[in-house]
Write a protein that binds this ligand. Structure first.
Ligand code: PGA
Length: 257
């Protein structure tokens, strides 16, 4: 059965004491104390210096939350001042990392070649990739959008499908309060799924979680989760407010029970 994921991307927000409070309150919240089916995964991607405190908080409360890095170096070790390797992230508690987020593609000039190297680094340490893709503007023709998505999916070719989570995040919807319409998400997610079938074969492709991200909040999450090819969400701004994230978790669990 394909896993469903709700993942908070804190981006460059929150300080250590705030994150520790957040994780401790979240792990003691009623919604997380109730048993839930194992295929429903909730994850957090804090800034990397706080992975260890998150991990410590989570083990205190025996909470079953997944921890992710927001980025890793494409190099695996050595003279790369300021970088953090996949293995170091794993050592700090990350099961995987977000890769190819549009902020990294545009602000940090990450090319497809760099993304492939990052995926290889993750694979070397058997870590998951939350691979983000999507278009930058709303004015692409259907044909150009399909071509772009195809190119973005094609670089996954050598990455094991079992370690892969894909997040469709149109750049124009990220942090703008302007989420994509469910019909658009449906069209794109159906195209991505079909292309994953071409790449990995039917059985493996159907087990790759495909998330939506871009201005997700408690008002728009449910219709998005109802879409046939969508298996969860990657949430930025709305996850920074703990009560809002708890509301999203409730909607996520109810949608998948
Ligand atoms: P947003 O960010 O929810 O603030 O739009 C989503 C993301 O960047 O992953």
């Amino acid at each position: 059965m394909v896993h469903q994921h709700l993942i908070a991307n804190f981006k460059m927000n929150l300080l250590d004491s705030e994150i520790r409070n957040y994780v401790s309150q979240l792990s003691q919240s009623d919604v997380l104390k109730k048993p839930r089916p194992v295929h429903l995964k909730i994850g957090l991607a804090p800034s990397s210096p706080y992975l260890l405190s998150c991990q410590a908080q989570l083990s205190k409360t025996s909470s079953t939350l997944d921890l992710y890095a927001q980025n890793i170096s494409q190099a695996t070790q050595g003279a790369h001042t300021g970088e953090v390797s996949a293995q170091q992230m794993r050592d700090c508690g990350a099961q995987g990392s977000i890769i190819g987020h549009s902020e990294r593609r545009s602000l940090h000039h990450e090319t497809p070649e760099i993304l492939v190297q990052k995926m290889e680094a993750l694979n070397q340490f058997k870590m998951r990739a939350i691979y983000c893709l999507g278009e930058e503007t709303t004015d692409l023709s259907d044909q150009n959008l399909d071509q772009l998505l195809k190119e973005q999916v094609d670089i996954l070719r050598d990455f094991p499908s079992t370690q892969l989570i894909i997040a469709y995040e149109p750049k124009w919807a990220i942090g703008t309060g302007r989420e994509a319409e469910p019909q658009h998400i449906h069209r794109v997610s159906t195209y991505i799924r079909q292309h994953l079938v071409n790449l990995y074969g039917q059985e493996r492709a159907l087990n790759i979680p495909l998330l939506y991200g871009g201005s997700v909040n408690a008002k728009n999450l449910s219709p998005i989760l109802d879409l046939e090819n969508i298996n969860g969400a990657l949430v930025g701004s709305a996850s920074l407010d703990l009560d809002h994230f708890i509301a999203l978790i409730e909607l996520f669990i109810n949608a998948n029970l």
